[in-house]
Design a protein around this ligand. Structure first.
Ligand code: SF4
Length: 371
């Protein structure tokens, strides 16, 4: 069952979000009010670790300071525009950013895990043919504060005193195209005064930007890397992931191998199985040929039909044959479970729906004004 939940009291911030305020400026602002520098961590910890959603709720701060904070900053720069919840514990949020753009993020809860799936950009420049997020290209990178807010808002949806156990960076955008801000976000998320999620519980996905994959490996962190392959040869992959034209599969595999050598972390290859398009026997043989002998794991994600997109779910027999062929080559394969299927649809679909409703309302208001 899908439930559209009442929204939190939550107006769009016109004040700057506190999580994007540079720490030195925050210290200086506090200093001008006679407050010690330790207040910076105290206030940030209240939002990041203690679930405070307003300055007023920070009862360990002097009342006057709470008032001054509320007059100058917003605890969140984003607003919950839409909140859908599924019976299996999955929540999907569409957040409206301070510049009126929107993004999506998802909380998936199962087997004692609470996984946040976050976006890194508004839109996406990669243009994967099955994905609604890339339809209008990329508009801008998200800030550290905007990425942290997704995590905090999703964490606040877990049962108290629940916490997030995992992060997957697989929402809207190409994460490695916003790598610096992403690494800064994950460093705060990993801090014990932040969300306390260790690097080994974080998965970063990419369509495959070799230079950035190397930079990620060189960061010295134990993040898990998931490469969205979706096809086993260059011509088919370029049809599905157009940016493949510039990189090509061999360069991506070479960078993934280096990632494994430097970090010791096995690379996962994501493969959305589109019925009749990339699920032929020869495709499974080619994929097996690419990955045999590599320390690799394959996640197969059978496509679910989405209105307006010309792709179909693979037949069970074809999927089974695909799995068997890849497994026989000694490559580990799993079919990824879909959680919250009824609210999941395709990546970016809910956001597009919210945007088109908003545009429709805007047009109606405009025509009423003109009448
Ligand atoms: S699937 Fe990911 S990388 Fe591809 S267009 Fe969508 S958001 Fe971008």
């Amino acid at each position: 069952m899908i439930a559209a939940l009442p929204l939190a009291v939550d107006s769009l911030a016109v004040l700057p979000g506190i999580l994007d305020l540079p720490l030195d400026r925050f210290r200086a602002w506090l200093g001008e009010r006679g407050q010690p520098p330790m207040r910076v961590n105290q206030i940030r910890r209240q939002i990041l670790a203690n679930r405070a959603e307003s300055f007023e709720a920070m009862s360990d701060l002097p009342k006057e300071l709470r008032g001054e904070l509320a007059a100058s900053f917003a605890p969140f720069s984003t607003r919950v525009e839409r909140h859908l919840a599924a019976a299996d514990g999955t929540h999907k949020l569409v957040l409206r950013l301070a510049d009126d753009r929107t993004i999506e993020c998802v909380l998936i809860q199962d087997d004692g895990r609470a996984t946040a799936c976050i976006s890194t950009q508004v839109g996406c420049g990669m243009g994967c043919v099955f994905c609604a997020s890339g339809l209008n290209g990329v508009e801008r990178n998200l800030t550290v504060g905007e990425m942290l807010e997704q995590l905090v808002r999703l964490r606040n949806l877990t049962a108290t005193p629940g916490r997030l156990t995992h992060i997957v960076v697989m929402g809207m955008g190409e994460p490695l195209a916003n790598l610096d801000a992403l690494l800064a976000t994950l460093a705060i998320a990993g801090d014990k005064n932040g969300l306390g999620i260790g690097a080994r519980h974080v998965t970063i996905s990419t369509v495959g930007l070799p230079a950035k994959m190397r930079e990620l490996a060189d960061s010295g962190k134990q993040y898990h890397l998931a490469v969205s392959l979706h096809a086993p040869n260059n011509s088919l992959r370029t049809r599905i992931v157009p940016t493949n034209d510039k990189t090509g599969i061999p360069a991506i595999l070479a960078a993934a191998d280096e990632f494994f050598e430097k970090t010791g972390r096995q690379v996962t290859y994501e493969y959305v199985v589109l019925g009749g398009l990339n699920d032929h026997l020869e495709h499974s043989r080619q994929l097996a040929g690419l990955l045999a002998g590599r320390k690799a794991h394959v996640n197969l994600i059978p496509w679910n039909d989405v209105e307006g997109l010309p792709y179909t779910r693979p037949h069970d027999d074809d999927l089974k044959r695909f799995i068997d062929t890849v497994r026989r080559a000694g490559v580990s394969v799993k079919v990824r479970k879909r959680k919250g299927a009824e609210i999941d649809a395709a990546c970016g679909q809910l956001r597009r729906k919210v945007e088109s409703e908003a545009n429709h309302r805007g047009t109606e208001t405009q025509s009423r004004k003109e009448e």
